[in-house]
Ligand binder design. Structure first.
Ligand SMILES: NC(=O)C1=CN([C@@H]2O[C@H](COP(=O)(O)OP(=O)(O)OC[C@H]3O[C@@H](n4cnc5c(N)ncnc54)[C@H](O)[C@@H]3O)[C@@H](O)[C@H]2O)C=CC1
Ligand SMILES: CC(C)CC(=O)C(=O)O
Ligand SMILES: [Mg+2]
Length: 351
């Protein structure tokens, strides 16, 4: 197996380093040979080449069986709205060029963390839903975008084609068939033309999946119900921007942004990434939670290599680390907090 490693910026290299320890432990336990190839992306790539997603990094991704990505982003760009080249352009270019149109973001609870949730136990215990976020279309990519000549007006464009909606929606329907058979289409069809195309397309597809119950909800109401009664959901499909925002919100249910994994899937390529960003305040401090990246590696064994036992072994050791309190400060809740690297070491030793 060839895995491309794209650590990126901020805490990216620290959390990727822990995932590598765990992947190596899995390889040893199950007798696999794994080759890693590392390439720069984001601000790190701008510093080296001027380009946040250089051709050389794209080539590394193309020749890999799967890509494991950390995070990009740097305050020097966040605080300079006029910067011409930005790390985030690299992330978007990477997703577009690799054709990663579906970002699968599961939300589930961990038995040993539910009682620490800021939400009531009966609301979060047993939550298990998954977002299928469209990842290569919508307002993050639409043209035209920019400013007028005076710089006094700015605009972005939200664009969706029926084909983009269909391929994402089909993945959602198929996932729902294998789960609790409930699909929620999240949109803003009362206002947006793009959302009305989403709703119409999903309505047309629904008869092909008669065993799946389809519900249509407006994004603002979902933002509320997701916290109020998260067990109401099974599979949610939505556009790029809405999925980005709602999944950060959903991380509160699990307990921390640092816990949330994802798989970014296309027809040719597969990339695995935590949902969080580069968390610059924690960079270099060895305090970030590596579990989102490590659970993304578990998704990699499942989705990219169809190695379910290996994926289960990672999930299992993560659960054991949580119940034994081998956790970083974001979920320590006043108890002893372990370093990022200590959590990685413990997982690799106990896998
Ligand atoms: N996929 C990516 O590479 C993403 C990159 N970004 C970039 O990251 C930079 C920082 O953006 P923010 O909005 O602050 O988002 P962020 O996700 O980096 O951090 C938001 C908050 O989530 C928590 N958090 C995130 N990761 C964590 C971890 N591993 N362990 C424990 N707590 C964690 C922290 O409380 C943090 O303050 C920006 O430059 C942004 O553009 C943001 C989101 C995604
Ligand atoms: C640059 C953003 C689109 C990244 C992000 O927030 C995400 O993919 O979750
Ligand atoms: Mg996000």
């Amino acid at each position: 197996m060839n895995i491309a490693l794209l650590p990126g910026d901020g805490i990216g290299p620290e959390v990727i380093a822990q995932a590598v320890k765990v992947i190596q432990a899995v390889a040893k336990k199950f007798g696999h040979t794994i080759h890693f190839e590392t390439a720069p992306v984001g601000a790190a790539a701008i510093d080296l080449t001027g380009d946040p997603y250089p051709e050389s990094t794209h080539a590394v991704c193309l020749r890999a069986d799967a890509v494991l990505f950390g995070a990009i982003g740097d305050p020097k760009y966040d605080n300079d709205p006029k910067a011409k080249v930005r790390p985030e352009q690299g992330l978007l270019a990477m997703r577009k060029k690799l054709g990663l149109f579906a970002n699968v973001r599961p939300t589930f609870t961990f038995p040993s963390l539910v009682h620490k949730s800021p939400l009531k136990l009966d609301r979060v215990d047993g939550v298990d839903f998954v977002f299928f976020r469209e990842l290569t279309g919508g307002i993050y990519f639409g043209e035209p975008r920019g400013r007028n000549e005076q710089g006094t007006k700015a605009f972005d464009t939200n664009v969706y084609t029926k084909e983009e909606i269909t391929r994402l929606a089909r993945m959602g329907f198929e996932a729902a068939q294998k789960r609790r058979k409930l699909l929620t289409c999240v949109d803003k069809a009362n206002v947006l033309a793009t959302s009305r195309l989403w709703r119409e397309t999903v309505q047309e597809l629904a008869p092909e999946y008669p065993d799946v119950k389809v519900e249509y909800e407006f994004v603002d109401a979902v933002a509320m119900r997701l916290i109020q009664w998260p067990k109401a959901y099974d599979v949610l499909i939505t556009e790029n921007l809405f999925g980005d925002i709602l999944t950060d919100e959903a991380s509160v249910i699990s307990g921390s942004m640092g816990l949330m994994p994802s798989a970014s899937l296309g027809t040719e390529n597969k990339l695995f990434e935590p949902i969080h960003g580069s968390y610059p305040q924690a960079a270099g401090k060895d305090i970030a939670n590596p579990l989102g990246t490590i659970l993304s590696a578990a998704m990699m064994f499942d989705y990219a290599f169809d190695l379910k036992d290996e994926a289960a072994a990672i999930s299992d050791v993560v659960n054991r680390s949580l119940s034994e309190g081998i956790v970083t400060e974001d979920i320590a809740d006043g108890a002893k907090a372990y370093k990022t690297s200590e959590v990685g070491d413990w997982l690799a030793e106990n896998l």
